[in-house]
Design a protein around this ligand. Sequence first.
Ligand SMILES: Nc1nc2c(ncn2[C@@H]2O[C@H](COP(=O)(O)OP(=O)(O)O)[C@@H](O)[C@H]2O)c(=O)[nH]1
Ligand SMILES: [Mg+2]
Length: 207
Amino acid sequence: MATGSPNYKIILCGEYGVGKSSIFRRFMNNSFLEETGKKSTIGLDQATQMFRAHGTEVKLTLWDTGGMERMSFIGSSYYRGANAALLCYSMRNKDSFTILSQYILDIVMNAEGAKIFLCGNFADCTGENCVTKANIESFERECGDVLSGNYQISCKDNTGLNDMFSDIARVLHQDAVNKMTLRKDMIVRPGISPEAEPAHKRKCCSE
Ligand SMILES: Nc1nc2c(ncn2[C@@H]2O[C@H](COP(=O)(O)OP(=O)(O)O)[C@@H](O)[C@H]2O)c(=O)[nH]1
Ligand SMILES: [Mg+2]
């Protein structure tokens, strides 16, 4: 594994039971457990994978809550330094979808600057009470540019996960490159450094 690669932290957010730990397991070792819920352990879990983004090897480090969302306690270290949050809901549970705006608030307040990606899990499920395409589109409209991506996946069938993480790696890396370019522009912008100030002004200030 390349050591000097950029590393982006991604946190999993959303209700208990929407499949966050299942997403984590697919990411970590491509496994799936039918009954993960009851076995959730207390503590933070992290896993890292390499992705290729715009010709560069980048690391994604995914953080799972370790079941702490059940106790409504997620410490600030979970959010700190996050580059992205995966806003998870279950496509077969509308309540887990309608509550998402609260999670957006948590993310905005605790993980400043983190990009937010919407992720509907349980895409393998069909039924009357499922979250519909219209529900998702209307939520996207309400969110405006708060969301940086929208995916539907199934941890059970292993569909959409790899494409989602590859896409997130590209978006995060492109954003980091843009920010770096912006910083460089500011450094060389004329008039910013003291040397570039007019001589008469500098003289005046030292008088
Ligand atoms: N049918 C189906 N079941 C899933 C899927 N993802 C997770 N599950 C099941 O949903 C339950 C809750 O998943 P878990 O990952 O523990 O949710 P968490 O509480 O958000 O971490 C487990 O029994 C999983 O096996 C999926 O895409 N499809
Ligand atoms: Mg869990």
